[in-house]
Design a binder for this molecule. Structure first.
Ligand code: S3P
Length: 436
């Protein structure tokens, strides 16, 4: 990413209105991948037109898949079948996307051709042994940089064997990489998780006709299956909605309706945490969209109190901690987070960047290796560094709505990876948010 954009966030008006949130990132990545590997043509509706998911689509185009874009939120994917990808001579660029790189590692490890997966500076610092480890046990040959970092140099032409594997960390990306490799492997592949994670891969493989058994924490499939094209409706991304749930909770006088947000139970830990804190969030018009539960979320300002975030919620809100830290900063009494060491290896070290940012706005945050205690208080103005992390940038845009002087949020171009148009939507709802 070359363009450097900063924001100036300051109190606007109470947040009001009805918002449509863009499509789910996890579902959009998988929809492109599985449609590309299926026999036949699949239509995807509600696709997230973000940089991460566009990078995944561009990679499959490079691997010989024809993808049409009738409109920004639609894709028509002409699948080439499980054995129809063609190799690319040049490196495949996953951009900022951990999901793209880790899932692709599972697919590409099983191909007849060699591939190289690269990413941007943030992705190039993220751990890949968690995927190369189990894939190597299946017979894959993948070289990494020192310390298990990208680029991934994947040697094709390996015959993979099924595996019975227990994940070391609860990670939907690792689970998905192993299952995707398992589709190509001899025999059965079984994955067990220390805590159930989002199950979009399992549900969507089933929707694409795969014979897969799964229950929370376990999945099993046999190799040698083909996928059948199907149409996918992508729900609105709960992780993007999360910023507006927190913002409307903390800005007095706010009342927002977020339309048809995806409420997969493995994603909604933040709803439970905010409700424990006293948030006023109602679910209306419950429905199902593309096999996923959705509902309108009606959120009104409410005074929040600090809580000990139950550790059992952590995997179900792993992407929402930056937003939770801002809710905690605006609450009455300290909030304690534990059991969240994974946050240190996301797009940035999210425990470190959130703690540093809140401290520079005048708060006390005590950091531990796997969490933090956030002591709320009056937020001063100042400058914070988002470290190019989309969710850090959007979280401090919210903090600015409660600050006593403008907050300059540095390096926000990465917001386009998951939530293009966030600033426009936020301004429309009442945020004070300008380019600096
Ligand atoms: C994702 C899984 C999670 C999450 C990421 C998306 C996915 O990562 O943080 O934003 O789509 O499978 P981990 O698998 O590393 O927990």
């Amino acid at each position: 990413m070359t363009q450097k954009i900063d924001w100036l966030a300051s109190p606007g008006t109470p947040l009001r209105g009805e918002l449509s949130i863009p499509g789910d990132k996890s579902v959009s990545h998988r929809a492109i991948m599985f449609a590309a590997l299926a026999d036949g043509t699949s239509h995807i509706d509600g696709f997230l037109e973000g940089e991460d998911t566009r990078a995944t689509a561009a990679i499959f185009q490079r691997l010989g898949v024809r993808i049409e874009t009738p409109s920004a939120s639609q894709r028509i994917v002409h699948g080439v079948g499980i054995d129809g990808l063609r190799g690319s001579d040049s490196p495949l660029d996953c951009g900022n996307a951990g999901t793209g790189m880790r899932l692709l590692a599972g697919v590409l490890a099983a191909q007849s051709f060699d591939s190289v997966l690269v990413g941007d500076a943030s992705l190039s610092g993220r751990p890949m042994r968690r995927v190369t480890g189990p894939l190597s046990k299946m017979g894959a040959r993948i070289e990494t940089e020192e310390g298990g970092l990208p680029p991934l140099r994947i040697h094709g032409g390996q015959a993979l064997q099924g595996i019975d594997y227990t994940l070391e960390v609860a990670s939907a990306q690792v689970k998905s990489a192993v299952l995707l490799a398992g589709l190509y492997a001899q025999g059965e592949t079984v994955v067990h998780e220390p805590h159930p994670t989002r199950d979009y891969t399992e549900r969507m493989l089933a929707a694409f006709g795969a014979d897969i058994e799964f229950s929370p924490g376990h999945a099993r499939l046999r190799g040698g299956q083909r996928l059948r094209a199907t149409d996918v409706v992508v729900p609105a991304d709960f992780s993007s909605a999360a910023f507006f749930l927190v913002a409307a909770s903390v800005v007095p006088g706010s009342e927002l309706r977020l339309r048809a947000v995806g409420l997969n139970p493995r994603r909604t830990g933040l709803l439970s945490a905010l409700r424990l804190m006293g948030a006023d969030i109602r679910e209306e018009n419950r429905a199902e969209q593309g096999g996923e539960p959705v509902a309108d979320l009606l959120v009104r300002h409410a005074p929040l109190r600090g809580v000990e975030v139950p550790e059992a919620l952590v995997p179900d809100m792993i992407d929402e901690f930056p937003a939770l830290f801002v809710a905690a900063a605006c609450a009455e009494g300290p909030t304690v987070v534990r059991g969240a060491a994974e946050l240190r290896v996301k797009e940035s070290d999210r425990l470190g960047t959130m703690a540093a940012g809140l401290r520079s706005l005048g708060l006390q945050v005590d950091e531990t290796p796997d969490g933090a205690t956030i002591h709320p208080g009056a937020l001063q103005g100042g400058g914070i560094d988002s470290h190019g992390d989309h969710r850090i940038a959007m979280s401090f845009a919210i903090a600015g709505q409660r600050a006593q002087a403008p907050v300059k949020v540095g390096d926000v171009a990465n917001v386009a990876t998951s939530f293009p148009g966030f600033d426009r939507l936020a301004r429309g709802a009442g945020f004070g948010l300008q380019n600096a």
